[in-house]
Design a protein around this ligand. Structure first.
Ligand code: BES
Ligand code: ZN
Length: 626
């Protein structure tokens, strides 16, 4: 009850434009301009105060696993608010100064998911608010790795993951995607370690462990990022490069050879890349997600390093966010498909340009299969299968399903097919240009499309049936489907195997990862252990260095009670922390009592290697906790 009233009181409805000096306008207008937006996932009152600039001065203590320091906010109190309210999560606030004077602050009790609101009294003309703080042990954004948990096993490592609402666990801030600010940071780390942020970055270790960063382009808090570790750099071309642990850097450099070309390709599609450099940081294996589009510096899992550049569409995805997401940002997490659906679409357009349509068709088809499975899981009538989500009172990460990604991108593909590629591309380029550094709601996007792209053609609009896609469940009947040419050949080979042809004689030469995935995904669910063995002996799936194939193979092995790959599976589970791989694999094990025992044993053994967010979901699944 308390929680609901509290949320209710703090829900913010922001109206209209703002009237004050140019600089302040930049960082406010884009948050809430023409929109009427309420973001139920921030406790801050940034609707009435412009959060213009953040100046961070922090020390990273790798032994204590704690960040301490201060955050100085330059604000414009243009509505004469009496207090500034910031988001925090599991954080100790030591002291607060307003324009140099000490003030008494108060910290509310913690609200589930959202954390504690920090109240700071301010005056009409307040400019600077300085907060001294320490992070807590449950800071959800931070993963502290002991040296044993890194690739090279020599030095500890720290990285942040701020999306969706975890920035507040390492910076007291106004933590909503609609609130943008510029930042600078002075970061002290143990000597010999390199510090990197979503900003202008060093390429070498400093002598004293001190690093200064600046990000002059306004970004929302979920794009704040920091990594500290034994990290090396290698350039790709003049504006792109790769960071990784020294023992990984050569492999990473090889894998990402085409990243420079990727940026050029993306620019040809939808306009100038606005962020200066584009670098990729390969994290240690426990990174819980595939990639994170931190501006100027994508964070990515080492599981994309397959050795043959076959999984680099993930980089295309994170790069595409430099337009869809980082430049034009979803106003609230209910509009998440505007970030991920556009990015998925853009990713596939980049891959089509670079690898040909046969290749991107495979990405589309695998995505479509994920969509079908996910709708089945969520329930065909579930509101969680709408594009426009309703995450009020929930963890925004509940919206992190295949729906925003796949239903979102298929919706855009349908629009492309309906209006024609040329018109759609022109529309998208103008959309990014017009909304650059702004946030947008689903409604504002639909309205924009209505008054531009679809203005003169009601017939086309009817054919698309926007409402069925955005405010309706499941997969609409007019969902487009990609060409199946390469996969039909794969299906043919699978049929032959199922009719008894020895696998070694199948035509699999030059198959890419995606063909192998199609080959395995569509195997019948009741494949016998003997059939599994035959496939494994011929294709050595259990030794696959390709994380996508290995994970699927382990899942199939558990299903068929085929135990030869179990030692490899254990190795995989001991290091890989990517939730996309862990959850389905542990989930498969939980289906029978005997395998559930194995799941529990393995999970308890390797739990400490996983990210707090992965632990949270796996505790529920495997240990039935929470
Ligand atoms: N921005 C997302 C990751 C994210 C979303 C983290 C929401 C936390 C909350 C990132 O761009 C992403 O989509 N990553 C995908 C990879 C992609 C190729 C689909 C992932 O991590 O699997
Ligand atoms: Zn994404």
């Amino acid at each position: 009850m308390f929680r609901n009233t509290c949320i209710g009181l703090l829900i913010i409805i922001a109206f209209g434009a703002c009237h004050f000096n140019r600089k302040a306008k930049n960082n406010t207008e884009n948050s809430f301009d023409t929109l009427m937006v309420k973001d139920v996932h921030t406790l801050s009152n940034a609707d009435s105060i412009a959060m213009q600039h953040l100046d961070l001065d922090i020390k990273v203590d790798m032994d204590k696993k704690q960040i301490t320091g201060c955050a100085v906010w330059t604000i414009n109190n243009y509505k004469s608010a009496k207090q500034l309210i910031l988001d925090t999560y599991d954080m100790a606030i030591d002291s607060v100064f307003v324009d140099g004077k000490s003030v008494s602050h108060s910290l509310d009790t913690q609200i589930k998911f959202l954390g504690s609101a920090l109240h700071i009294p301010i005056g009409n003309g307040t400019k600077l608010v300085k907060v001294f703080y320490k992070t807590g042990r449950n800071a959800r954004a931070l993963q502290w790795l002991d040296s044993q948990q890194t690739h090279d096993k020599k030095h500890p490592f720290l990285y942040t993951q701020s999306e969706s609402i975890y920035a507040r666990s390492w910076i007291p801030c106004a933590d909503g995607p609609g609130i943008r600010f510029t930042y600078s940071a002075h970061v002290t780390v143990p000597k010999w370690l390199l510090a990197l942020m979503s900003a202008l970055n060093p390429q070498e270790v400093s002598a004293d462990g001190v690093y200064d960063f600046s990000m002059d382009t306004p970004i929302p808090a979920y794009l704040m990022a920091l990594a500290v570790g034994d990290i090396a750099f290698k350039g790709i071309d003049e504006r792109t490069g790769v960071y990784a642990e020294p023992g990984m850097i050569e492999k990473a450099r090889y894998e990402f050879e085409d990243v420079g070309k990727m940026v050029n390709t993306a620019e040809q599609l939808y306009g100038h890349y606005r962020w200066g450099r584009y670098d990729v940081l390969v994290l240690p294996p426990g990174f819980p997600i595939g990639g994170m589009e931190n501006p100027r510096l994508t964070f990515c899992t080492p599981t994309v390093i397959a050795g043959d550049r076959s999984l680099v569409s993930l980089i295309a995805h994170e790069l595409a966010h430099s337009w869809s997401g980082n430049l034009v940002t979803n106003a609230t997490w209910d509009d998440f498909w505007l970030n991920e659906g556009f990015t998925n679409y853009f990713e596939r357009r980049i891959m089509e340009q670079m690898m040909g349509i046969g290749y991107s068709d495979m990405l589309w088809e695998l995505g479509y299969q994920d969509l079908v499975d996910n709708v089945k899981e969520l329930g065909a009538t579930s509101k969680d299968t709408w594009l426009k989500l309703d995450l009020k009172g929930r963890d925004p990460d509940d919206g992190l399903t295949d729906i925003p990604y796949e239903k979102g991108s298929h919706f855009l593909k349908l629009i492309e097919n309906t209006v024609g590629r040329e018109r759609f591309d022109r529309f998208l380029a103008t959309y990014f240009e017009t909304h650059a550094f702004k946030t947008i709601t689903t409604e504002a996007f639909l309205n924009y499309m209505d008054t531009t792209l679809l203005k003169d053609d009601p017939e086309q609009k009817k054919m698309i049936d926007i409402d069925a896609w955005v405010y309706g469940p499941g997969i609409p009947a007019n969902c487009p489907r990609a060409g199946q040419e390469r996969f039909l050949r794969v299906d043919g080979e699978r049929d032959k195997f199922l009719k008894g042809t020895p696998p070694a004689t199948l035509t699999t030469l030059e198959w890419t990862t995606h063909e192998w995935l199609q080959f395995l995904r569509k195997m019948p669910a009741d494949l016998s252990a003997l059939q599994m063995k035959k496939l494994d002996d011929a294709f050595m799936f259990r030794n696959s260095g390709n994380s996508e194939i290995a994970d699927l193979w382990f899942i199939m092995s558990v299903r068929a009670n085929y135990s030869a790959p179990y030692p490899k599976m254990e190795q995989f589970l001991s290091s890989v922390g990517r939730r996309k791989f862990l959850e389905p694999l542990y989930g498969e094990m939980m289906k029978t009592p005997k395998n559930a025992e194995m799941a529990k044993r393995l999970y308890e053994k390797y739990r400490q290697n996983y990210h707090p967010l992965a632990q949270e979901s796996l505790d529920k699944m495997v240990l039935k906790k929470g």
